[in-house]
Write a protein that binds this ligand. Structure first.
Ligand SMILES: [Zn+2]
Length: 256
């Protein structure tokens, strides 16, 4: 199961950008909790760098995400500019434009564009501590400008769709890639009790094992008839079975 770290940018004494009393840290936390809830409902493990209004440096956030063992990190922010209503739109920042993070960044931007935000693209920002110091693929989403009336209206009116869209973008890429990894790594352990040239001899051992209650199978391989017990997903279960078989006088070894 994939584990996603979600960082609500800023917090506590660091409000982030502020516009007419509206503080970025509050928007970030609200969105982080909403995205996390959706990821959890989809069966994903979620780690939050913060669930309250507390101060953390970007370095502390990155270290917390690393310690959580998460497979992916999304840091949620809102953008700002010098003058009110100067700019609008979303952008997603990445350490470099490669692999899973680049895929998720593109997906997040187009999802938010469909909701009505201007798409300002994926930006490469290797200097950002949260992107540089986190060990897993990471993206930082600037969810519209907090000093843009238009973006704030979208953020508030389309809040649920924004959370849905960011969660879906992560799930589609990270969950899909994780399935592929699991398929490649699917290994079964079997305990082999004999290898025979003669099929009858192999059958005799298999039948003896079956009569003793072991899940024994005959496998033909390179002119040999192998008698194997299993299969087991976990090596420790194969080891336990091997010990029992040895106690009953079988010569064994574990194979995959
Ligand atoms: Zn920010």
């Amino acid at each position: 199961m994939a584990k996603i770290a979600i960082d609500a940018g800023h917090g506590g004494a660091d409000p982030g950008a502020v516009y007419q009393g509206r503080q970025e840290k509050d928007d970030n936390l609200k969105l982080a909790l909403a995205v996390g809830e959706r990821l959890q409902n989809a069966g994903t493990d979620v780690f939050y760098t913060r669930t309250e209004d507390i101060y953390q440096t970007p370095y502390q956030k990155a270290m917390a995400a690393n310690e959580s063992g998460a497979d992916f990190l999304v840091s949620l922010h809102r953008n700002s500019s010098e003058y009110p209503n100067q700019y609008t739109g979303v952008e997603t920042l990445v350490y470099d434009n490669k692999g899973e993070k680049a895929e998720v960044a593109e997906a997040i931007n187009s999802g938010l564009e469909n909701i009505g935000f201007r798409n300002n693209g994926v930006k490469i920002r290797p200097g950002l501590v949260i992107l540089r110091r986190s060990r897993m693929p990471a993206v930082l989403v600037e969810t519209g400008f907090i000093n843009s009336e238009e973006d704030n209206r979208l953020f508030d009116e389309e809040f649920d769709r924004i959370a849905d869209s960011i969660a879906d973008s992560i799930l589609q890429t990270v969950a899909k890639n994780e399935d592929a990894v699991q398929e490649r790594e699917e290994v079964y352990y079997r305990v082999q009790t004999g290898a025979f040239r003669n099929r009858e001899n192999a059958l005799r051992q298999q039948e003896k094992l079956s009569a003793e209650g072991y899940p024994a199978f005959l496998v033909e391989n390179n002119g040999y008839y192998l008698v194997q017990v299993g299969a087991f997903r976990k090596l420790e279960n194969a080891v336990r079975m091997e010990a029992a078989l040895r106690e009953n006088g079988y010569q064994t070894y574990i194979t995959t």
